[in-house]
Each structure stands twice: as structure tokens, then as C-alpha cells.
Design a protein around this ligand. Sequence first.
Ligand code: 13P
Length: 259
Amino acid sequence: MQENEGISEMTTTRTPLIAGNWKMNGTVAESVALTRAVDDGAPGGCELLICPPAVLIPPVAAALKGGNVAVGGQDCHFAGSGAHTGDIAAVMLAEAGCGYVILGHSERRADHGETDELVRSKTEAAHAAGLIAIVCVGETLAERDGGETLARIGSQLEGSLPAAITAANTVIAYEPVWAIGTGRTASAADVAEVHTHIRGDIERRFGADLAGGIRILYGGSMKPSNAAELLAIDGVDGGLIGGASLKAEDFLAIAASCP
Ligand code: 13P
């Protein structure tokens, strides 16, 4: 390797990850049908992940034939057990068949007041339970309009990522808050700028090897019609998909768009 070789030139082995965040949607019957359709149609060349509501994790996990599709939670508590009514421990997700958990989604940050510090402690709990944490960051429209996007993302990463992450146990998801569920997507140039900034931040804090290996997803109104363009951006290693993950046809079309 050249001494001055940067992360963008490094040979990477980052398998694209197409993750469906079902949010608070689905009955048992719908979930099983959707899971089977995704499982049956899963293309090669990328990893697929389904993150259903917690109570639907067991039927979703049971419906999978054990191939190319993983299951994840949408949140976990930072403690391993105890008096935390309504919460779910990371180890419970693992036991239910999860390999991943989404943490610090902007809807949890907004609806439940989750701070970067809390997201960091949840990420540590996820890692201790053997789960891969998908840590979400993203700016609001006011922050973007105020020219604060990169600073905001930098501070979220700084606060939300524990010191001991690895490229194998952590995925970053860049989700501009204003693009979630709105039909608006960030431009390719904006996504490229933020992803490059995130990987640079990771390199400064964790080193070039980790930065070259960690997957950084884009999320926010990704759909079959824009997936190919977004997934082709240098440094975009997959997508975190909300609405379009609720239709097998759309989710699979996005997966098939992986370069
Ligand atoms: P949409 O794809 O519905 O915009 O949601 C994105 C998201 O929040 C995924 O976590």
C-alpha cells in the first residue's frame, strides 16, 4: 500500500447491506407473508436485513429459511435486565434470533428524547450481546439550512459511538431527518459529501483500517426509482429503508439495485 493511500483508494470488502426498518407496522400474518416473499426473492450480492417491531421478531425469524436474510431489532435498553418497564434488553433480541439492532434512529431521538450518550450506552449493550449495532445520525432541515449539517453529524458520531467499535460490529446509517417519510431525498452530491465526512471522522478517531471496512448506509425516502443512483455513490454501502421495505416488490427492487 502506498504511504499516502487514502481510504477512498483502499480495496474494500464491504458487502452492501439493504435493511428494512418496518417501524410500527405489520400484523403477524402480514409479517410472515412479507418475510417469505423477501426471503424467496433475495438477490445475491448484498445482505438483506428485516427489522420488525419487537413482538413480530419471533414469527419473522421463524419464517426465514436461514439464507441471506437477517433479522434485527429497532431499539434496545442499555441494561442487560432489570426494572425497565416496556423495554427490551439486547440479549433478548439476540436470543429471539436477531443479529442486528437499529439504535439512535431520529424517531427515537425525537419521540423518546434519546441523547448521544444514551445511544452510546445502548450500542455498548448491543455489542456485549453479540449484536451488530446500526447507529443512526442525521441533521434536521433547520440544521441543514443553517449550514450545520457536518458539525451536527460529527457531534452525533462523537457522542454516539463507543471507543471500542469494530467494522464488524457497527454500521453507521446517515438519515437526514427531513428526508424520512417525506418523499424528499438528499441529492447525490449531498449524500456523497456527508458519507465522505463520516468516513473521514471515523478514520481520524479509529484509524484507516476500521474506516475502510465499516459500512455506511443512506436512509430517507429510498425507493426503487432512486435506489440505483443512491447506492452507486462512492462510500454508500447500502440503505436503511422505511416505507418501501413494507412491500416485498419494492424492497427486493432496491436490493437488486446494489451495484
Ligand atoms: P423512509 O424510507 O420511509 O423515508 O424511512 C427511512 C427511515 O427512517 C429508515 O430508518
